[in-house]
Design a protein around this ligand. Structure first.
Ligand code: 4AD
Ligand code: MG
Length: 469
């Protein structure tokens, strides 16, 4: 067997040992989850974040630096260890490394805050620079990576091009007015118009600019030339909603497809969600089992259920009727014309149909200007995918591709069609029905991991009053 001199990730060691018996020499590097110094032997559990499992390094006093260095190692220290991979006599692990060399690389201060006990997620948020070393946040980051990969793979395999839509934006896609302004003015000395207002024409882009709330409008440009595109990147919303499901900066994937109607859009969303969750079940077994055992019991079964069961579909009008008949006392009253609140969404999906549900044809007043207006002019061709525990996971629609209707809807929504000349122009030249949706990556992760707070499924959460690290 070859000598494995170069450092191997713990994940790679585990993978090799799934195929081969222990044996051979390896080098691993990582941080100590624990260090137990017993009589004549030290047990060092090394984790490098590559997988849930750590690897146990057994060090004995024969090592030249045992007294001087090894005995001083503690939780959090960074080390490199080299030695023979052998069967482990200890329970709960199949193999360990019998150390021929242990080199301390990075010691820890006396006040290292992560100890081998449960820390609250609130507390860990104050340690954004260290929390990814914990089991839970490490697992979140690995599942997050796997989800991004599954998302890209799904679209790539179906001929979608990834379109890089701008982050600096000059249009308000959702028309919600909750945008972060991007300016290079010094607020104290911003140029003024003769009337005393801020003169944005002298700002960097010679006009007002913002951080994007959605790449959709630009994705539509892509779809009407390239047929199938998707945008995947950070989006920003300055809404002051301090909830466990809202972030000011979150990642959204937005496919957009030409020649697609609302039914096709709903079918795409369903197939997409199922494929991504199936891939997570296949690739993230250890991490998902950890969430199932330590974070939210039943989360794996819930994922398996979603993968195996067709989603329910109903119109908004039907959903409202069912909510009214539910006999539930909701905090927000249910009435046709009002947007569905989180409590309504959760009742529908968790208690009523007990699986994901796609609600379609919402009242025009509660949805954005760009959605296709139904013949009765009361509803639009919108669809939201609702899932248990999380509520809205996906929001999408067939787009209004009729120029006159679109222009009318813009005016009704208080938008100046002149600002959206290019968006309207697309409806003059080769306009076709088209549709798409947006999935919030962090909402997907809440669902997949069972984590309760959206701040704990993104590396560096941004929420009202908080943008540390
Ligand atoms: O429903 P939304 O606002 O839809 C759009 O932005 C469309 N332009 C998408 C499209 O059709 N291309 O947002 C889409 C999804 C939501 O369903 C939710 O999962 C997520 O983005 N989302 C948020 N996630 C975290 N924090 C927030 N503040 C979010 N707002 C929306
Ligand atoms: Mg929405």
């Amino acid at each position: 067997r070859q000598l494995r001199e170069f450092p191997l990730s713990v994940a790679r060691v585990v993978e090799l040992l799934a195929r081969e018996a222990p044996g051979g020499r390896v080098v691993v590097q990582g941080w100590l989850r624990t260090a137990r110094h017993g009589k004549g032997v030290s047990f060092l559990e090394v984790s490098d974040g590559s997988c849930m499992a750590g690897i146990q390094v057994v060090a004995e006093p024969a090592l030249a630096n045992y007294e001087t260095e090894v005995l001083a190692l503690r939780t959090g220290c960074a080390i490199e260890a080299e030695g023979e991979l052998v069967e482990s006599p200890a329970a709960g692990q199949r193999f360990e490394i019998r150390a021929a060399r242990v080199t301390g690389i990075g010691p820890v201060g006396d006040d290292y805050p992560l100890q081998k006990k449960r820390h609250s997620f609130e507390f860990l948020r104050t340690l954004g620079h260290l929390r990814m070393r914990t089991n839970t946040l490490g697992a979140v980051m690995r599942v997050r990576h796997a989800a991004s990969r599954a998302i890209r793979r799904f679209f790539d395999e179906r001929g979608f091009l990834e379109l890089h839509t701008p982050i600096l934006s000059t249009s308000d896609c959702e028309g919600a007015g909750s945008m972060f302004r991007a300016t290079h003015f010094d607020p104290a000395s911003a140029p003024r118009t003769p009337e005393g207002a801020t003169d944005w024409s002298r700002d960097f882009f010679a006009r007002p600019a913002f951080l994007t709330v959605s790449g959709q409008l630009e994705a539509e440009i892509g779809a009407l030339a390239l047929s199938r595109v998707y945008s995947f990147g950070p989006t920003f919303r300055a809404e002051n909603s301090n909830t466990s499901r809202h972030l000011a900066e979150f990642w959204m994937v937005e496919p957009e497809v030409a020649f697609l109607d609302l039914d096709g859009d709903a079918a795409l969303a369903e197939e997409f969600l199922r494929a991504v969750l199936r891939e997570l079940l296949e690739r993230c077994g250890d991490d998902l089992r950890f969430f199932d055992q330590h974070v939210e019991r039943g989360v794996v079964a819930a994922l398996e259920h979603v993968v195996a069961t067709p989603f329910e579909r109903m119109t908004y009008t039907d959903a409202v009727a069912r909510l009214e008949r539910s006999g539930r006392a909701f905090e927000f009253p249910v009435a046709w014309g009002a947007d569905l609140q989180s409590e309504h969404e959760r009742w529908l999906t968790e208690e009523h149909v007990k699986r994901p549900v796609i609600v379609t044809h919402y009242p025009r007043e509660v949805k954005a200007f760009y959605m296709y207006l139904d013949d009765d002019e009361r509803t639009v061709r919108a669809m939201d995918v609702l899932v248990p525990r999380v509520g809205e996971l996906i929001g999408g629609s067939q787009r209004e591709h009729r120029r006159d209707v679109l222009e009318r809807r813009m005016r009704e929504s208080g938008l100046d069609p002149a600002d959206y000349w290019w968006y309207l122009d697309l409806r003059r030249h080769g306009s076709v029905p088209h549709a798409g949706f947006g999935l919030g990556l962090e909402r997907l992760l809440l669902f997949a991991t069972g984590m309760a707070n959206i701040r704990d499924v993104i590396p560096f959460p941004r929420t009202p009053g908080s943008a540390d690290f």
